[in-house]
Design a protein around this ligand. Structure first.
Ligand code: DQQ
Length: 473
């Protein structure tokens, strides 16, 4: 109510004065109003308890950045309304990767500027005590810069755009966005997302000595292992990794030499409702990635709920000995475990019509974490059915896990780690497969038991643990 009054006051002030400089104040009021509505949205049974979402609004594309013990996540943000539109940058911060504080909006479009129709995704770097946020101003898509002393208050650079649409090479598609900036010994580099028609992604490499004047070099790679959106490029152990998005967020591991990226292995960061992921490097040397978990319920339901989009749980990246990307939830999430509800091990046998079945009652199964390890994998199908009906199954004949191609090869054990948080379910398998699922269930559905099943053969559950999870709100 107080925010409504302040908003009306500001609108009256605009009418009385000839200048529109108080637009910024108005946006802050809208932001506070949205925060008030967060409290209302807490009653929405689909809203997660321990995944972060800002005050009811739209978010997409996390832009993580670590500095001085603080994990910052900027994101695409449409304040106050649950649909995509004129993009702003929201800003949240955490000291523990679990609890997040919403700060004031970092960036919003400037009337008459190159970003008048939106400040799209990008990245943040630090140089000589100042922070530089590179982002795409629209339309046309051009790379812009905002500078800050404290990561909170940002000023758009007078030379914007620092990379004009005229610098886009003629042989790539329309996409020219989401600058990823980093430093090498000989200067600053920027990758801009683009496509090579009929070939795949084509991240374009630029170089600068002062962060202001950028010279186009060439695509670092062109092909299906890259998407055209949200490139993120970094060294990991003795390799380099390119993260980028098109339909899904992809990873590619390879060698970076002579300013070209040679892809050696590639895959998906997540097979589900997870997109536009980007990473940060923390003071422990950990490369941590966040994705945007999008909604999958009808737009009308999103409008009624008032919010759309959630930040994924943070995931640590490393490499397996064969250079496949290893993806694990950060260990910090363990502080959310309230109570261990189950600790068990058993064998299941299922033949013909008789499915091997263990049913386990779980109180408040809408907010739980599950870890299960299977061994002795000699059945045709085995896995879990979550309360409410989500299948987390491996089918040996099809070589598929959760309906996605996933060969067992000579694997003797199979480990599944699941986070259920109302409508968000994040599944991790063997640290090399993730699938985020959105499941909009009625609360009664969670009264059903957790089912562990085995079809045509035997399987051993070496260990099953289930915890109830606390809320971060
Ligand atoms: N979202 C942003 C773009 C990016 C896309 C616009 C990916 O910068 O390419 O909101 O989700």
């Amino acid at each position: 109510m107080a925010s409504d009054h302040r908003l009306i006051g500001l609108l009256n002030k605009i009418k009385e004065t000839s200048h529109g400089s108080i637009l910024e104040d108005i946006l802050q009021v809208v932001h506070h109003e949205a925060e008030r509505r967060l409290i209302e949205a807490a009653h929405d049974p689909q809203r997660p308890n321990y995944h972060f979402l800002p005050p009811p609004s739209w978010i997409n594309d996390p832009i993580p950045y670590f500095y001085a013990g603080h994990y910052h996540v900027f994101s695409q943000y449409h304040p106050g309304v649950p649909y995509w539109g004129n993009m702003h940058w929201n800003h949240v911060v955490s000291e523990d990767l679990v609890h997040w504080k919403n700060l004031s909006m970092a960036l919003f479009p400037t009337w008459g500027g190159p970003d008048s129709q939106g400040c799209w995704s990008g990245s943040v770097v630090e140089h000589e005590g100042l922070f530089y946020a590179f982002y795409t101003g629209v339309y046309p898509q051009q790379q812009c810069l905002a500078v800050s002393k404290d990561l909170i208050n940002w000023e758009k650079h007078p030379h914007n755009p620092v990379v004009s649409f005229l610098q886009k090479p003629p042989d790539v598609g329309d996409t020219f966005r989401d600058p990823c900036v980093w430093k090498e010994k000989d200067g600053w580099y920027m990758l801009v997302g683009s496509t090579k028609p009929n070939l795949g992604g084509s991240p374009l490499l630029f170089r600068s000595s002062d962060l202001l004047k950028w010279e186009y070099l060439h695509p670092i790679y062109q092909g299906p292992a890259a998407g055209d959106e949200c490139p993120d490029f970094f060294p990991l152990e003795n390799k380099h990794v390119l993260i980028s998005s098109r339909h899904f967020t992809k990873w590619a591991v390879g060698e970076f030499s002579n300013l070209k990226f040679e892809v050696e292995r590639a895959g998906l960061v997540d097979h589900g409702a997870f997109y536009a992921a980007n990473s940060l490097l923390d003071s422990f040397g950990r490369r941590i990635i966040f994705g945007w978990i999008r909604e999958e319920r009808p737009i009308e339901a999103q409008l009624t709920a008032g919010w759309s989009g959630v930040l994924s749980l943070p995931r640590v990246l490393s490499l397996f000995p064969n250079d496949k990307l290893r993806i694990e939830p950060v260990p910090e999430l363990k502080v959310l475990r309230n109570k261990r509800l189950v600790k068990d091990s058993f064998e299941l046998t299922g033949f013909f019509e008789n499915v091997g079945l263990r049913q386990i009652e779980i109180p408040e199964a809408n907010s739980i974490e599950i870890e299960i390890e299977f061994s002795n994998l000699s059945a045709r199908e085995w896995g879990l059915v979550l309360p409410g009906g989500e299948d987390i199954l491996y089918n040996v004949e099809q070589g598929r896990f959760m309906l996605e191609d996933y060969p067992l090869d000579d694997r003797k054990e199979f480990k599944i780690h699941i986070f259920v948080d109302n409508s968000v379910v994040e599944v991790f398998a063997n640290d090399d497969f993730c699938k985020t699922v959105r499941v909009y269930r009625d609360l009664e559905a969670y009264d059903e038991p957790l089912r562990v099943i085995c079809v045509d053969g035997k399987v051993r559950v070496k260990n099953l643990e289930v915890w109830s999870m606390g809320s971060i709100y």
